[in-house]
Design a protein around this ligand. Structure first.
Ligand code: SF4
Length: 703
């Protein structure tokens, strides 16, 4: 048999690169970039290039269901029937005794859209609780709120093709060179061909993305709002705003102007740790631009004032009228491959499918009628951190964790560990034994991974792509969608008689009819034969929608975009003190992904940065008698970490950086950054603040 090739999509970041996976006669898989895919045009980054190893190496895979018959006993292999019986019995008993809000699902931006849709339908429409949240809460929920407030719906307005049409970029709180490499490559190539293109990077660290920057605003962590407000004031004062757009297509400009009139550039520069000249320079670059793109990620979103930061940045696009036209717009980068798909199907505790609102009675009725299950509760469910708090307090009795590793990725993980210990029942559905969370699972369900199932995902530009099944899953592993629909059937719920992901997709498509994310014109056949499409795709033959709001009609009640006045300014995270005088910020490195359950087993990816490290400014290191390569102990109020120090001038004085990927290595958690991070969240988006924890660093001394 000759080798066979399959078009599919990378399952790492939200860029959504097209991949050709080839399987030879012996079943060996190789991958290469899809030359025809509009996102990457054949390119792949180091993670994408090594994706086949994840499928090929089955040494760590969960092959069959495992169950603990009672707490304190070892898990044993069981059949799927036994697993479903137990899961249904436990859920039924708990729900009967304590009500539907006593159970919850914690899922992932790596789930396919069909899986995300099903688990939402099950939870909100049939169990009768909104306790379904996702690890995407940890990376983009502040952006969701920002878009809803300013534009009326959670709608990323741009297309990647705007990159080649823009002449000014503001990359804020993001390091695409390492975290979204193929998009970065497109920006870099555009700048190489057009040296007049201006690139502003806003980041407390001088990251690899600064290599192409014309201006690096190295702000003090948490001061972003002050910076964007100062730039906005400068634009207004210099009359470099789009008066026509503001007058005809926005609301609330006068209020914003009034608030900004009290802003002092000198004072703002001092708060942010930059110069007035640099604020003016940023405003000049923006005011000279014909196309202005803002790109942002976790630096803005993962903050106790994440929504305010989003509001302040979105205001720059609205003030200059840079939205709904080629080369322009606000563009939030999603970290996970299907964070966007999850948002579309309402995969969060406060959302409903198809951008309908949980707080809207009519919307709840429409969704409930469509599903034919229970009335949908108006009460928002527990968000990611709230869910684990509720497990710790005993309010939540059982949690079902799908495709995520909260024992490494949630903030303040020592608290998460207590919560999991305290839970009455924990189900973990995953592909790999590498997930630390398995330690606390009473029931483990083996799931199919990338290339072992089919379905769809949506990338950061609203592009829906189909993922092919290339090989059969190992052992008894099943696609996540099948696990969910089989469990729902076992619970006795109607409406889950699916036999394929395509049937689930068709149902979801029908639900989008008439909404702003209508994809009734897009079916699996089109996706397989014509490729990927950006939503909305409202009728058959429709070629998708590259850019939203070209007609300047926004999804708000007035049809205008809204200036939201960001409520201040100072970081409301915990304060640095004499005992904990340094600000810890966490983030990613180039070749690792999330909690390393996939990348951690790929040798080629371990050569880049094999171990966790602390990046520390040379002055701070000198004051603590710490040299490059020394081992340091980093302590916060919540825990400690012990890693080697990288002394550097790329990070500002008073700030230290730890990568977030490492959990328990060889049984110890010395490098687990979230031992230190705070549980503080943004009050609206409930996104945790991974970018601001107070710590102290000392040199490790052998006892
Ligand atoms: Fe995969 Fe993202 Fe790399 Fe593209 S940029 S190959 S989607 S990890």
């Amino acid at each position: 048999m000759a080798s066979k090739s399959y078009k599919t999509t990378c399952s790492y970041c939200g860029v959504g690169c097209g991949i050709i996976a080839r399987k030879n006669a012996k079943g060996v898989i190789t991958v290469e970039g899809d030359q025809d895919h509009p996102v990457n045009k054949g390119l792949l980054c180091s993670k994408g290039m090594n994706l086949h190893h994840v499928v090929q190496d089955k040494s760590d895979r969960i092959l069959y269901p495992e169950m603990r018959w009672s707490k304190g006993h070892e898990r044993q292999r069981v059949s799927w029937d036994q697993a479903f019986d137990r899961a249904a019995a436990v859920f039924n008993t708990i729900i009967k005794k304590h009500g539907p809000d006593s159970v919850g699902f914690y899922v992932s931006g790596q789930c396919l859209t069909e899986e995300y849709y099903l688990v939402n339908k099950l939870t909100k429409g049939f169990i009768g609780t909104n306790n379904i949240d996702t690890n995407s809460r940890l990376c983009m929920s502040s952006a969701v709120v920002g878009y809803k407030q300013a534009l009326g719906e959670d709608s990323v307005p741009i297309a990647y093709e705007d990159i080649e049409l823009a002449d000014c970029f503001m990359i804020a709180g993001a390091n695409p060179a390492w975290c979204h490499p193929i998009l970065y490559r497109r920006i870099e190539a555009h700048k190489e061909q057009n040296p007049d293109v201006k690139i502003i990077v806003v980041d407390p660290r001088r990251t690899q993305s600064c290599d192409i920057a014309d201006l690096h605003l190295q702000i003090i962590p948490g001061t972003d709002v002050v910076l964007y407000n100062a730039i906005a004031k400068r634009l207004i004062d210099r009359k470099k705003i789009d008066k026509n757009f503001i007058a005809n297509h926005t609301d609330n400009y006068e209020s914003l102007k009034e608030v900004l009139s009290k802003t002092s550039l000198t004072e703002s520069a001092k708060i942010c740790g930059v110069t007035v000249a640099d604020i003016k320079k940023a405003a000049l670059f923006i005011s000279n631009a014909k196309g202005f793109l803002t790109l942002w990620a976790m630096g803005l979103n993962q903050s106790s004032i994440g929504v305010n930061k989003n509001n302040a940045l979105l205001n720059l696009s609205l003030l200059t009228g840079h939205i709904g036209k080629p080369g322009s717009g606000p563009f939030s980068l999603t970290g996970q491959p299907n964070a966007m798909g999850g948002r579309e199907v309402g995969g969060m505790a406060n959302l409903l499918a198809t951008h309908r609102d949980l707080g809207n009675e009519e919307h709840r009725r429409e969704v409930a009628n469509f599903w034919g299950g229970k009335e949908i509760s108006p009460k928002p469910g527990l968000t990611a951190t709230e869910m684990f708090d509720a497990l710790e307090s005993g309010q939540l009795k059982a949690v079902w964790i799908i495709c995520t590793n909260p024992l490494v990725s949630l903030p303040n993980v020592n608290k998460v560990e207590k919560a999991l210990k305290n839970a009455k029942f924990v189900i973990v559905q995953d592909i790999s034994h590498r997930s630390e969370t398995l330690e606390y699972a009473d029931l483990v369900l083996p799931a199919a991974g990338w290339a072992e199932k089919d379905g769809t995902m949506t990338n950061s530009e609203r592009r829906i792509t189909y993922l092919n099944k290339v090989v059969a899953p190992p052992g008894e592993a099943l696609p996540d969608a099948e696990i969910i629909w089989k469990f729902a059937q076992r619970m006795g719920y109607q409406g889950f008689n699916f036999t394929s992901a395509e049937e689930v997709y068709k149902e979801y498509c029908q639900m989008t009819k008439g909404t702003n994310i209508d994809i009734t014109g897009l079916n699996y056949d089109r996706l397989k034969t014509e490729g990927s499409f950006q939503w909305p795709v409202p009728e058959n033959g429709h070629s998708g929608t590259a850019r939203l709001f070209e007609d300047k009609k926004f999804y708000t009640d007035t049809g205008n975009a809204k200036f939201i006045i960001p409520k201040f300014t100072k970081p409301t995270s915990e304060l640095v003190t004499e005992k904990h005088p340094l600000i810890l910020t966490t983030g990613r490195v180039r070749d690792q992904w999330h909690t390393r359950t996939k990348t951690g087993k790929v040798n080629r990816l371990l050569t880049h940065i094999p171990h966790p490290f602390l990046e520390m400014n040379q002055v701070d290191a000198f004051l603590r008698k710490i040299k490059d390569g020394d081992i340091a102990v980093i302590k916060s109020k919540r825990g400690k970490v012990q890693v080697k120090v990288k002394v550097s001038d790329t990070i500002g004085k008073g700030v230290v950086f730890l990568p977030m990927h490492w959990g328990k290595v060889l049984g110890n958690d010395y490098g687990r950054a979230n031992n230190l991070t705070t549980s503080i969240v943004d009050p609206i988006s409930k996104e945790p603040d991974f970018k601001f924890s107070a710590v102290e660093v000392t040199k490790f001394v052998k006892p």
